[in-house]
Design a protein around this ligand. Structure first.
Ligand SMILES: NC(=O)c1ccc[n+]([C@@H]2O[C@H](COP(=O)([O-])OP(=O)(O)OC[C@H]3O[C@@H](n4cnc5c(N)ncnc54)[C@H](O)[C@@H]3O)[C@@H](O)[C@H]2O)c1
Ligand SMILES: O[C@H]1[C@H](O)[C@@H](O)[C@H](O)[C@@H](O)[C@H]1O
Length: 335
């Protein structure tokens, strides 16, 4: 493969446009050559900023001779089909989370990748690249907390997008924690309960209680209409101490009768470092013709837990999590 990675980006809304900007400004050896968005004006604006061209369709972009690798940042419901198209074309793909909306669709992606015999898919679980989460994982591994017993997560957005439902809060927002917690603990989720204090209308906030195979418990509060800003917290409680993400802000502000730090308005500001490190890692692996980091298998596992979580939200009961057996392509160390 050449020394330059020519990238095509499908979906250039908030997330896709930010990925285009990061790829263009902060990821050496990559060039955004094509973009596609259902909103043609938006596609034109973003393509112009990146110095690329507008593709006529998502399929055309995937198969274009000017595209070596693809970023999928269109709505969740489009992901699985686009990733399958990238696999059929033999091109590395960074697919924004979730890999699919249903576990069955995610499994189809896993099966297609396994049939091809090599990893090409990276799922956009960017928290694994966030300096705070990475440090938290190192702290745990160093044994500084003793034996971990609980993990408390808080995930708040200022306001939800149009069309938000109880299920989409689980499959589109909580799915981050459904990946992050097993990754942090090197453990797997075996059961989930999800409840909300709101009985009529959008069930928001939601509280999940997650059981790990080791017996560790995790709580996740997701509140997508928290009004005050974007806020993500995580605390691990162990037998010898606790460790939490600390706000990564350079300035503490005293003004208008308050003393404190500003809260980010959205994910783009809050996780800027994580997206940059994620795209650097992805481009390196894609230049070598493959993928690293969160895999299609990780995407599938998160979808299986999310599906159990949606069922739990509706039934009010605990739901067990039962994935299929892991294909050897995803064994540690295999690429
Ligand atoms: N990793 C993260 O932290 C993170 C953050 C935000 C969004 N996301 C994910 O990124 C994706 C996009 O989210 P967003 O917040 O940018 O949404 P958005 O609504 O801002 O952007 C979506 C874009 O996709 C376009 N689009 C719609 N249907 C399309 C289609 N069939 N083909 C091509 N383009 C289409 C829309 O015109 C829009 O420009 C979602 O899957 C979301 O879950 C991930
Ligand atoms: O698609 C977005 C994205 O994944 C954000 O990271 C999350 O905080 C939002 O809740 C979700 O809607």
């Amino acid at each position: 493969m050449s020394a330059e990675l020519r990238v095509g980006v499908v979906g250039v809304g908030a997330m896709g446009a930010d990925h285009v900007r990061t790829l263009s400004e902060a990821v050496p050896s990559t060039r955004v050559t094509e973009v596609f968005d259902r909103d043609t004006d938006r596609a034109k604006q973003v393509a112009e900023l990146a110095g690329g061209r507008v593709a006529e369709s998502a399929e055309g972009l995937v198969h274009s001779a000017d595209v070596d690798a693809v970023v999928v940042a269109s709505p969740d419901s489009t992901h699985a089909a686009l990733v399958l198209a990238c696999l059929a074309a033999g091109k590395p793909v960074l697919c924004e989370k979730p890999l699919a909306v249903t576990a069955d669709d995610a499994l189809r992606v896993v099966e297609a990748e396994v049939a091809g015999g090599r990893r090409l898919v990276q799922v956009g679980f960017m928290r694994r690249y966030d300096p705070g989460y990475a440090r938290l994982k190192r702290t745990l591994r160093a044994g500084l907390l003793g034996e971990p017993r609980m993990v408390h997560n808080v995930h708040r957005n200022a306001a939800s997008g149009p069309g938000s439902t109880g299920a989409s809060i689980v499959t589109g927002s909580m799915i981050h924690e459904l990946d992050t917690v097993p990754w942090l603990l090197d453990d797997r989720i075996v059961g989930i309960r999800v409840t909300s204090p709101v009985a009529d209308g959008l069930p928001d906030p939601q509280l999940a209680v997650i059981e790990m195979a080791s017996g560790i418990l995790a709580t996740v509060e997701v509140f997508v209409n928290a009004a005050y800003g974007y806020d993500v917290r995580c605390e691990v409680v162990g037998t010898a101490g606790t460790a939490s993400l600390a706000p990564a802000v350079p300035v503490s502000l005293r003004s208008a009768g308050t003393d404190g730090v500003e809260v980010s308005s959205d994910f783009v500001a809050h996780f800027a470092d994580a997206y940059r490190v994620e795209l650097l890692a992805w481009s390196r692996a894609a230049l070598a013709g493959g993928a690293e980091g969160p895999s299609a298998w990780d995407g599938y596992l998160a979808n299986v837990v999310a599906e159990a979580g949606v069922a739990a939200l509706h039934s009010g009961e605990r739901h067990a999590v039962s994935p299929v057996d892991r294909p050897s392509l995803y064994d540690e160390g295999v690429r």
